[in-house]
Design a protein around this ligand. Sequence first.
Ligand SMILES: NC(=O)c1ccc[n+]([C@@H]2O[C@H](COP(=O)([O-])OP(=O)(O)OC[C@H]3O[C@@H](n4cnc5c(N)ncnc54)[C@H](O)[C@@H]3O)[C@@H](O)[C@H]2O)c1
Length: 367
Amino acid sequence: MSVINVGLGERSYPIHILHNADYGALLRQALPKTTDLMVVTNDTVGPFYLEQVTASLEKSGFKVSSHVLKDGESYKTVESWWGILSALLERNFARDGALAALGGGVVGDMTGFAAAVYQRGVPYVQLPTTLLAMVDSSVGGKTAINHPQGKNMIGAFYQPQAVVAALKVLGTLPPRELSAGLAEAIKTAFIYDEPFIRFMQDHSGAVFTQDEAVLTHIVERCCAIKAQVVEADEREGGLRAILNFGHTFGHALEAYLGFGTWLHGEAVGLGMCLAAALSLSRNLIDEDYYQCIVKLVAACNLPVKVPDGMQGSDFIRLMRHDKKVRSGVIRYVLPTAPGKVGLFADVSDEEVIAVVERYIRGEYPPS
Ligand SMILES: NC(=O)c1ccc[n+]([C@@H]2O[C@H](COP(=O)([O-])OP(=O)(O)OC[C@H]3O[C@@H](n4cnc5c(N)ncnc54)[C@H](O)[C@@H]3O)[C@@H](O)[C@H]2O)c1
């Protein structure tokens, strides 16, 4: 078991990483005065884990209720979020109650946003059950719901009181979801940590056999790095933007295909390849490192080919909708060396279109 601290002054909190969690004991430490605790989960995760989590929490003296959402990104809506708030009101939750998000990033983001606004803010904890949520979304306090006009458009920065990542629950996660989580893990390596790139090259396959040592190292490394980045830039004024490596192209892919067709991590995987191609064409990186990125994405069983019919101009059109576009300028996170990226605001639409078209035609070095 390890504990990583996210150091944000009075908003600091621990991330517990372990195989099998005693949720009750850990949450009692995080929420010493709480009695009422509502666990928010969904109708896929709930049947696996809600009963056992509830029993553990009750043993530690919590009065537990639950709220079960419909599963899927398409339910990350104002209606689902309103449903959480209504459930809290129906149960007469006061400001001394707390929420626990038991699920992947969708449940975590929505529960966090409900906690941020219920009676102007109640405490919450993250109990992530996907690899993506363990390595990324449960840490850092970004909470949100989708709007028909864009993903994660409505939300708040609101830090949890604790994160408990119990690796054992990944045993029921489908392989495609493991790959999507690996996308965010290799992203973390590419942006921050050259030795971690080598670790992922050697060990990413072991994730699919639930190798405990490998999973532990991946979650620990990612949480430690994310904690450092968030500590330096909690509200994404600067450095935190590097976490968006692969995401600008990725969001365009998700929007083009219709949200949910590709998993977020799958789109980020190809997005990192396209960003790497842009770097290569600017001579920011060499061919070896370009190939390292594309090969590692492919080794995680993530797509490296642009969907049929999609063109360079489609990326530009859709990227212009991204909430991170500031005053009309698309800022690209581009690799500059193994374990390093930079933020570039000087990339023209024509340059991007040309790179994407060349990538589609297979004119970059074979991977
Ligand atoms: N807040 C952030 O910083 C941040 C960062 C990255 C992504 N996100 C958000 O996270 C979301 C994606 O998260 P995700 O990839 O975890 O998706 P998800 O929450 O949709 O979970 C993926 C699927 O796995 C199922 N599942 C979850 N845990 C399971 C388990 N242990 N066993 C079996 N099935 C399980 C879920 O029900 C779902 O069907 C997106 O909405 C994205 O915007 C947020």
